[in-house]
Write a protein that binds this ligand. Structure first.
Ligand code: ACO
Ligand code: ZN
Length: 166
């Protein structure tokens, strides 16, 4: 059964289902240089369905966000060991950008992480990806760290994170 989270105009935000994985992979291939195996998408869906969300317009998937659970050191609290979410990937197809879908995808992933008692959400983003960095800052994420030559092509990443406990 579909789990609808939000409606914004003609766009529905809902939890991803197995049958959405192929369109999600197609969007990923078209929009980002970082790709994953089919099995990896399925395992993220199984592990954290609360934060694997798709945006759909007239039956067509136009965007997604998918996350992973990690147990590790906090990005905020010194020596704190926490349950945190990691945004593995988010994308919206070109024709539907700047309509707020990216923001509501992140928002819903944050809510999903909170429902499973995650205390923070973090991600890596290319330092040159101004659109995405701006979006995350607007939603309350801060730049925590810069990772040198994080990507295969040698580009640096920012680690950005948001704390749900403060
Ligand atoms: N120029 C300037 N600011 C931008 C732009 C842009 N082209 N796009 C987004 N923003 C900022 C703005 O502040 C914007 O708010 P505003 O429209 O009120 O000014 C805010 O982000 C929110 O924009 P949305 O409309 O919610 O975001 P959108 O639906 O366009 O999706 C996304 C943003 C996902 C980054 C999209 O541009 C995309 O798919 N890019 C290619 C894939 C990508 O780079 N993904 C992120 C990689 S990092 C990772 O996956 C962890
Ligand atoms: Zn990552």
């Amino acid at each position: 059964m579909q789990v609808i989270l939000k409606q914004m105009g003609d766009c529905i935000l809902r939890r991803c289902e197995l049958s959405d994985i192929i369109p999600v992979i197609e969007i990923n291939l078209r929009t980002l240089p970082e790709h994953y195996s089919d099995y990896f998408y399925e395992s993220l869906l199984e592990e954290l369905p609360e934060a694997f969300i798709v945006a759909e317009i007239s039956g067509k998937i136009v965007g997604y966000i998918m996350c992973k659970i990690e147990h590790g050191f906090s990005n905020f609290k010194k020596l704190g060991f926490v349950k945190k979410g990691h945004v593995v990937s988010i994308a919206v197809i070109d024709e539907h950008r700047r309509k707020g879908f990216g923001s509501i995808l992140v928002d819903e992933a944050v809510k999903g992480m909170k429902t499973i008692q995650g205390s923070e959400l973090y991600l890596e983003v290319r330092c040159s990806n101004n659109d995405a960095v701006k979006l995350y800052e607007k939603l309350g994420f801060s730049i925590i760290q810069r990772l040198k030559t994080y990507y295969r092509d040698g580009e640096d990443a920012y680690v950005m994170a948001i704390d749900f406990t403060s």
